[in-house]
Design a protein around this ligand. Structure first.
Ligand code: IPM
Ligand code: MN
Length: 356
């Protein structure tokens, strides 16, 4: 009897529903091919619902979502909603309250994709960032005094707990060991200036490293890492870092893998419910035009399958996406793909089901 995976789908705002539709097309093709079932439940969380009801996540939704095997998310962000409300009220709340403490972001240049870095190809760009996802500057600690006056004081503190740092670092070591690529884990920090927070990170990192003699521990400052991403991306295998640095370096990572059109990520709680999303956002100006690139959402779906234990299906999704980039896509950018959103999704599904 085949397994059934119960998936909560939050298509969200902007182009979210369009890319999720293509992702689901591919996931359905994979389920037929690899003999598993998907039981989908759709949730309408996002900007439209907020504008209609004033609610971001309605009462009870976190408990409801905890019952699923995984969450498949499109994009959150609406041009008519003040920045911060939906991000904090939906996306960050889901990450925090579902304790998805790792944000896993592969940076991989697919064949046929134009790389902005001179003389670099798919053999040079293939690493993974393990971003801490529940603490740091994102924890919301701090406050404001005398707002709007010349004496205004704004404090925003980075929260780093031994438990939070250690579980993220452990995840990264385990991940690096299983990946079996270069067996090298780089801590990305700022130990020369942030001498409280990154002292904790550094001590924890080298302590945990002792338990993984097969993984080489390595360190780079965050500013230097942005330089190396451009100059020598082939140096990296797995990188572990805090929430804010991880946010920044993964946008740079997305650009060196060709752009946001392909960048996928997973918000992981290894003991709970994880959530998979394209990292590009809601791109409202392309909404409803059948122009947006669905590959990031499709690849996020592939990551979700791997996470659910459907490793072969997950790998097949990635392989099919690679065939599309190498044979068909002119560019990853919306409107310049040489294919519509739905055509790109159709092609991935076709390659997935074609016998190799
Ligand atoms: C991301 C996004 C989010 C973040 C925003 C939308 C809150 O930039 O997933 O990287 O900063 O984490
Ligand atoms: Mn970001």
């Amino acid at each position: 009897m085949s397994v059934t995976h119960n998936i909560a789908v939050i298509a969200g705002d902007g182009t979210g529903p369009e890319v999720i539709a293509e992702g689901l097309k591919v996931l359905q093709a994979a389920s037929a091919e690899f003999d598993f079932k998907l039981n989908l439940t759709h949730f309408d969380f996002g900007g439209e619902r907020y504008l209609r009801t004033g609610e971001t996540l309605p009462e009870g939704s976190i408990e409801e979502l905890k019952k699923f095997d995984a969450i498949y998310l499109g994009a959150i962000g609406h041009p008519e909603v003040k920045p911060g409300i939906l991000e904090k009220g939906i996306l960050l709340r889901l990450r925090f309250e579902l304790d998805q403490y790792v944000n896993l972001r592969p940076v991989k240049l697919y064949p046929g994709v134009e790389c902005p870095l001179k003389d670099k190809g798919p053999e040079h760009i293939d690493f993974v960032v393990v971003r801490e996802n529940t603490e740091g500057l994102y924890a919301g600690a701090g406050g404001v005094l005398k707002k709007g006056t010349p004496d205004e004081v704004a404090v925003q503190e980075s929260i780093n707990t031994r438990k939070g740092v250690e579980r993220c670092i452990r995840f990264a070591f385990e991940y690096c060991r299983k990946r079996k690529k270069m067996n090298k884990l780089t801590l990305c920090g700022k130990t020369n200036v942030l001498t409280f927070a990154f002292d904790l990170w550094e001590r924890t990192f080298y302590e945990v490293a002792k338990e993984y003699p097969d993984v080489k521990p390595d360190y780079a400052h965050v500013d230097a890492i942005t330089m190396w991403f451009v100059k020598n991306p082939e140096w990296f295998d797995v990188i572990v870092t805090d929430n804010m640095f991880g946010d920044i370096i993964t946008d740079l990572g997305a650009m060196i893998q060709g752009g946001m059109g392909i960048a996928a990520g997973g918000n992981i709680n290894p003991l709970g419910v994880s959530m998979f999303e394209p990292i590009g956002g809601s791109a409202p100006k392309y909404k409803g035009k059948n122009m947006i690139n669905p590959l990031a959402a499709i690849c996020a779906g592939g990551m979700m399958l791997e996470h659910l234990g459907e490793e072969n299906a997950g790998k097949a999704v990635e392989a099919a996406a690679m065939k599309v980039t190498s044979k068909h896509l002119k560019s990853l950018a919306a409107g310049q793909m040489g294919l519509s959103t739905t055509e790109a999704g159709d092609l991935v599904a076709k390659y997935l089901t074609e016998k190799q």
